[in-house]
Design a protein around this ligand. Structure first.
Ligand code: ADP
Ligand code: ZN
Length: 213
């Protein structure tokens, strides 16, 4: 429904990691290339784990490279005067300025397609994503599959050395021993805040005391 018009708008593809946001972004970019639109693709420089967006190749061999950017200003500066479609992946890692940049590109008549994880590993809104979702003209929320139970997954589970990571960790952690998996709300685990040994002993005693003799 959005493919035919030349007017500017913002579409956001949100959801958990592994939900297919990059695949969906690529699908839309390929279709825009088939429609002979002039497309520019950007991705946050913070995420170099996925190579999928490095080259977007259309049916006629036309190639569009995803330009890694550090800030929203880089995107604003890099968009060429005749560009019709701007696609941005991993937008959760970008600064708040992306909200303004997206709005101004759309008001210039550009179709802006933004993909990003909407929640951090704690289940809190991630970076500029809640604002991008609010200003978008069209929103899609994709689900992955929960690796524990097979239900639709909406949460990012952070694991450190294979164990659920506590809430205190940094929101963005590049490198290190952490990894992520998709989980549903029920299977998503955040260990309780740092507790002293004493608290844990007291709790165990209380629960043992409450049990049958
Ligand atoms: P995103 O950009 O949302 O992180 P991608 O487009 O990079 O997602 O990857 C989506 C692909 O990941 C799926 O097509 C599937 O092959 C794969 N995948 C791996 N783990 C899962 C999972 N738990 N649920 C769904 N897809 C998964
Ligand atoms: Zn589950």
């Amino acid at each position: 429904m959005y493919q035919g018009t030349q007017k500017g708008w913002i579409e956001v593809i949100s959801g958990v990691m592994f939900s297919g946001k990059s695949e969906e972004l690529l699908r839309r970019v390929r279709r825009a290339l088939i429609a002979n639109r002039r497309v520019q693709v950007f991705k946050s420089r913070l995420d170099d784990r996925y190579g999928s967006l490095a080259n977007v190749i259309s049916h006629d061999g036309q190639q569009t490279d995803a330009l890694p950017v550090s800030t929203s200003i880089h995107i604003a500066e890099a968009v060429l005067p005749n560009t019709q479609v701007v696609a941005i992946d991993e937008a959760q890692f970008l600064d708040m300025g992306i909200v303004r940049v997206a709005n101004s590109l759309a008001s210039r008549g550009i179709r802006v397609i933004i993909a990003g994880t909407d929640m951090d590993f704690r289940g809190d809104p991630f970076g500029p994503m809640p604002f991008l979702l609010a200003i978008a003209d069209k929103v899609d929320k994709l689900h992955a599959i929960c690796v524990r139970c097979g239900d639709p997954a909406t949460r990012n589970q952070r694991l450190i050395d294979g164990k659920p990571a506590p809430a205190e960790g940094p929101t963005i952690q590049v490198g290190g021993a952490e990894s992520y998996e998709a989980r549903c709300r029920k299977c998503h685990e955040i260990p309780p805040r740092d507790r002293s040994q004493l608290e844990m002993v007291m709790e165990r005693r209380a629960s043992e005391g409450a049990g049958p003799e």
